[in-house]
Design a protein around this ligand. Structure first.
Ligand SMILES: [Zn+2]
Ligand SMILES: [Zn+2]
Length: 747
């Protein structure tokens, strides 16, 4: 018997399968899906068993050295890995590696042990001994009594620290053979025990009840199409998830709940563990390695039957999967930006299909792709159109920044926003100021009429390049000099935009010197626990103004916030990305959901140079369907998803001319190949052109964007890409190629 092993080294020469012999002593443990330690060249590395064979491909086969982690993946996850291997054109080793915690991959799994004492004699004998020892050795008698009451197996630490036995007495009892001492594993549990009285589950609204019943009925009838649960903010989606999970557990199955990393607050895990107690395991990046490893094993052993986690929890090794829930399915953080560049929502749908589980995608602002699928019958649409406590939505005021300029106000605060902030500071109410996360891309806009420069071919915003003072489309490489006079109105106030949170914070401090401000963005939340600290101190009212990026919008509850200001909706609207409109609509909806969560009604001020854009109009009106209808028409016009599948190929390297040359030859090879085959006749190839972020960490980046027919299956597009990459090998060691299927960001 020989094992077929793949390794997790992302290079062309290591993509294949390697054969190793299985030593006798490991024969029972090694299965398909096991992580193993294998010699590889001069090194020892982690590999994954993908099959077995009788005939090895080399004469001298080396032995597998050992096994890593105590359980393998199981058949269903292996099927999923093979699907990822094809769909995302990553290597099988890369796909499987995603499914193990990094501690297993690096061989740093250290279970934690504790000493336990065990009664080594019968209970009757112990009773007699206690009476005998009462006078001569009262402490030993006491220790033995505790073991009788709480034992018979008891943690030594608990016995001495919490129950008051003395260490000397315990030692003496062990020496006499009355107690025996052994080691046992303790699982590190990251979930804090909920404090306070348990809340009874709320009564469902008729809409919630209907959604729950529909999902459960479908589950029982095994007609397993994914559900799209479209519920406005605060409509009670989480309660629907919990009821479905209850039903799934009753039927002997397990569940996975995915939430965006940033929404995975202690609040969220507390809600789940309050309802489901120790059946819950959590998996996210803020856990220690040990906690992650233990939670992962609890899921694999079936001790935890609900896994709540971020993106990678989609691979949790739960047995008997009955339901996968993807909350906030439109969130970009579900897309992994490193290879393999998978999207957890799409992986969840595939995993549910393989395991015949029910899949629920929930959102207040579903992605255009998911809503399209729901309208076309690929998903079942469920709607929760009302807020649970019927709290009023906040009032939204759109401020036209062109008018502010015309009135002589050049500050970043419009007059209405300035007045609203001053008013809240006076009333001791709190304010959130929003900024779009991606401040780094610069676009060009006329401050007099709001006209922004867009590509005539691709309808995406053009990005400003200081070198040569030009603006450029990074999809198709269209470029032109920055006009000095607005082509729309002849105005002279053409400006580059792209301010960061830090700059805004400076402005706020200058204009409102007495306000206590705090900033929340990727810089200030890098440290472990920093995010929670900012949230709790702001909740406690230690600050007046919170300045932040999208991350403050996610699932947080600030009852004393009555004003939310969006500094510039245009930074989102003018992202050089075909999804800019969708992102803007999502941002406005989330923002509106943050204001007025308490008793007082909230107010939102949105500053923009394009008040007439449909994403801003429908976002202000909170009209998802209205937005969708406009957006889907644009997508159809431009041939963007869901009307095509995008594949982004990025070539990067230190030497610019080499990067450019190789991009050109890849694009040519793609042209030739797609032109000759019938299934690719609708394929469009944009580029090569420099990426919007054309240089990152000293590496020049060029891109080719493919729009392929969405009907093409994963085998088709991965064959196309792999063939072309093989036909055009990289010219030198310094050139890197990354393939991103269904990219979330084309930057
Ligand atoms: Zn203008
Ligand atoms: Zn273009």
């Amino acid at each position: 018997m020989y094992a077929e092993v793949v390794v997790d080294i992302p290079s062309e020469s290591t993509k294949g399968i390697f054969h190793y012999s299985v030593p006798c002593e490991l024969e029972d443990q090694i299965k398909v899906g096991s992580a193993v330690l294998v010699p590889f060249g001069a090194r020892k590395i982690t590999g994954y068993v993908v099959g077995f064979t009788d005939t090895p491909d080399v004469a001298c086969v080396k032995d597998i050295h050992g096994i890593r982690g105590d359980s393998g993946l199981g058949d269903e996850l292996m099927v999923l890995a093979r699907w990822m291997n094809r769909y995302y054109t990553c290597s099988l080793g890369e796909a499987i590696a995603q499914m193990f915690p990094s501690s297993v991959r690096r061989g740093r799994t250290r279970p934690k042990f504790e000493s336990v004492v065990n009664l080594a004699i019968s209970a009757d004998e112990a009773e007699t001994l206690i009476t005998e020892m009462e006078c001569k050795a009262p402490r030993q008698a006491e220790a033995l009594r505790i073991v009788l009451q709480k034992g018979p197996i008891l943690s030594k630490r608990l016995l001495t620290n919490s129950y008051g036995a003395t260490a000397g007495a315990v030692r003496a009892l062990i020496a006499k053979g009355i107690l025996s001492e052994t080691e046992r594993e303790v699982l590190r549990n990251p979930i804090k025990k909920p404090r306070g009285a348990e809340k009874p589950p709320p009564v469902l609204t008729p809409e919630q009840d209907k959604a729950v019943q529909t999902i459960i009925k479908n589950f029982d009838e095994e007609r397993k199409k994914p559900f799209l649960l479209h519920g406005v903010t605060a409509s009670g989606k989480t309660e629907v998830y919990m009821r479905v999970i209850e039903a799934v557990l009753e039927r002997g199955k397990s569940a996975i709940v995915l939430v965006p990393e940033i929404a995975l607050t202690p609040q969220m895990t507390r809600d789940f563990s309050e309802r489901f107690k120790e059946k819950v395991a959590v998996l996210h990046s803020r856990l220690s390695q040990g906690e992650r490893y233990d939670e992962w094993r609890r899921a694999g052993r079936g001790d935890a039957r609900i896994v709540v986690g971020a993106r990678s929890a989609v691979f949790a090794p739960v047995r008997n999967l009955g339901a996968i829930i993807v909350d906030e399915e439109h969130e970009t953080s579900y897309k992994q930006e490193e290879s393999p560049k998978y999207h957890a929502r799409d992986v969840a749908c595939e995993r549910a299909r393989i395991s015949k589980a029910v899949c629920i995608l929930g959102s207040a602002t579903p992605s255009v792709e998911s809503y399209y699928k729901a309208l076309n019958g690929d998903y079942t649409l469920l709607e929760l159109p009302y807020r649970v406590e019927n709290k009023e939505l906040p009032t939204v005021e759109v401020v036209d920044m062109r008018e502010e300029l015309a009135a002589g106000n050049r500050s970043i605060f419009s007059r209405p926003l300035f007045e609203a902030i001053s008013d809240r500071l006076e009333k001791k109410e709190q304010v959130i100021l929003f900024l779009n996360r991606r401040g780094y891309s610069t676009f060009v806009l006329c401050r007099e009429c709001g006209y922004s420069m867009r590509c005539p071919n691709c309808d995406v915003a053009l990005t400003y390049h200081a070198a040569g003072n030009r603006i450029r489309c990074h999809y198709c490489d269209f470029e032109q000099p920055v006009p000095s006079i607005c082509p729309n109105c002849g105005g002279r106030y053409i400006r580059y935009f792209g301010a960061g949170t830090q700059k805004i914070e400076g402005e706020v401090k200058r204009v409102f010197p007495h306000a206590r401000t705090i900033r929340m963005d990727t810089d200030t939340t890098r440290r472990k626990g920093a995010h929670e600290t900012i949230v709790t101190t702001f909740q406690k009212g230690e600050y007046d103004i919170l300045i932040g990026t999208q991350m403050v919008a996610k699932g947080l509850d600030f009852p004393n916030v009555t004003l939310v200001g969006v500094i510039s909706a245009d930074t989102c609207l003018n992202l050089p990305d075909y999804k800019a409109g969708e992102r803007t609509f999502q941002l406005l909806t989330q923002v509106a959901g943050r204001a007025g969560r308490g008793e007082k009604r909230g107010h939102v001020v949105v500053q923009t140079y394009s008040p007439g854009h449909y994403a801003i109009e429908q976002g202000t009106a909170q009209d998802y369907r209205g937005f969708y209808d406009e957006e889907i028409a644009c997508r159809s016009e431009g041939g963007y998803p869901p009307f095509s599948r995008l594949i982004l190929v990025v070539v990067s390297g230190k030497n610019l001319s080499e990067v450019e040359r190789h991009s050109v030859s890849l694009a040519k090879a793609l042209q030739t190949r797609t032109r000759s085959a019938k299934q690719w006749k609708n394929t469009k190839i944009l580029g090569p052109s420099p990426c919007a972020m054309s240089k990152v960490k000293g590496m020049h980046r060029w891109q080719i964007l493919l729009k392929v027919d969405p009907i093409a299956g994963p085998d088709d597009h991965s064959n196309l890409i792999n063939d072309v990459l093989k036909a055009c090998p990289v010219p030198s060691y310094g050139i890197m190629i990354q393939v991103d299927v269904d990219p979330e960001n084309i930057m």
